[in-house]
Ligand binder design. Structure first.
Ligand SMILES: Cc1ncc(COP(=O)(O)O)c(C=O)c1O
Length: 375
């Protein structure tokens, strides 16, 4: 485990909390977590369930059926409720996909930059991460051409659209081309769709529309605003179900019962959830408008999620030191690109705009003055 890097944003967050305890005003833009809680009706349901239910080990058939309906309505994809394995967030769903889909030694391709847990979980399972450098010319995303060029063919690939840290979305035609290359070359796809529902250009497509045998990872943590409830799912093809289920009992038995009750209700709280998306869209635009005055003009197109991944190579060679300095000087906490890209990440910073609009406005004021003094 010695080559598994810590998540540097946690160190930034720790410093932010320490500064706050010393009386500083802090704006948390280091983590990708909604500042809103679960939808009100979900919380109401949870109160009722706490009073009336024993909360034993349980997997909600109603929630699995509701999720199946969600795939039909959103993507036009027909899946059976039994194909869903409810998990404690996307994190164990990813672990379950990797552990049930691949042997130790399997080579798993992924974009660099990418979510830190991809390479760390792959390494922890004694599998081999193949980090494919993806720059601005490919919107920081894997392409069908890049996958076709890997020799020998990898055993698996992790696709993320919208992606963390960039927010970029892979358009439908490219997803279809990726699915075709994977089919031809025998590459099993894990599709991380945790940021679905958070799109500012076109809605993201599910990989299932093009690759029905993909393993799909998703969660209640982002669009549904239920981070701490620890609820997510792994959606697998019928032939993979038995193998994946065999591990569930050993890893976590079931997802939290209380969260499953609340999650079922949350899926129907569209008005409240869409209001959050409207806030993120406003925050995103405010930041986009403000970045030129900070001379941060080289950014990944933030199609979805709630991130802006910006180039800061003209200002530093060490994004971790840079984020610490920025935090100490302004009280604005951000994530260093090093968390997402061990090579080029020293030249990038990630802003999360999943905060309130007044916080974004205050952050922009502080950041504009600070960056202006440096350029
Ligand atoms: C791309 C991506 N996948 C998975 C996760 C894990 O989320 P959770 O375990 O809260 O569902 C995150 C968390 O930020 C993420 O950014």
């Amino acid at each position: 485990m010695q080559d598994i890097e810590p998540f540097h944003a946690i160190a930034i967050s720790r410093l932010a909390h320490q500064l706050k305890a010393e009386g500083r005003s802090i704006i948390h833009m280091e983590f990708g977590q909604p500042s809103t809680g679960a939808p009100a009706k979900a919380i109401e349901t949870a109160h009722h369930v706490l009073d009336t239910d024993g909360l034993g080990y349980w997997e909600s058939p109603d929630l699995r059926a509701r999720l199946a309906r969600h795939y039909q309505e959103t993507y036009g994809v027909t899946v059976a409720p039994e194909q869903f394995i409810l998990t404690c967030g996307a994190s164990p769903a990813l672990l379950l996909a990797l552990i049930s889909g691949f042997e130790p030694g399997a080579r798993i391709a992924m974009a660099r930059p990418g979510y830190v847990a991809y390479r760390n979980t792959v390494k922890a399972l004694r599998q081999v991460p193949l980090e494919i450098p993806c720059d601005a010319s490919v919107r920081f995303q894997l392409t069908a051409a890049a996958l076709a060029a890997i020799e020998p063919a990898p055993n698996g690939v992790i696709i993320a659209s919208p992606a963390n840290p960039t927010g970029t979305i892979i358009e439908a035609a490219e997803l279809e081309a990726i699915a075709a290359v994977c089919r031809e070359r025998g590459i099993r796809i894990i599709s991380d769709e945790i940021y679905h529902g958070l799109s500012y250009v076109e809605p993201a497509h599910s990989m299932l529309e093009y690759a029905p045998d993909a393993l799909v990872v998703s969660s209640f943590s982002k669009y549904l605003s239920m981070v701490g409830w620890r609820l997510g799912w792994l959606l697998v093809p019928p032939e993979h179900l038995e193998k994946a289920r065999a591990y569930v009992g050993n890893l976590f038995l079931t997802a939290p019962s209380l969260s499953q009750h609340a999650g079922l209700v949350a899926l129907d709280c569209r008005d409240e959830l869409e209001a959050h998306v409207a806030t993120y869209a406003r925050n995103r635009q405010l930041l986009l408008d403000a970045l030129p005055a900070m001379c941060l003009t080289s950014i990944a197109p933030p199609d979805g999620a709630f991130y802006i991944y910006a180039y800061i190579g003209h200002l530093t060679d060490n994004s971790l030191d840079f984020c610490q300095m920025l935090l100490r000087d302004t009280g604005v906490a951000t994530a260093p690109g090093l968390d997402f890209d061990p090579v080029e990440g020293r030249h990038f910073i990630r802003f999360s705009f999943a905060v309130s609009t007044p916080e974004i406005e205050e952050a922009i004021q502080r950041l504009t003055v600070w960056f202006a003094a440096r350029t």
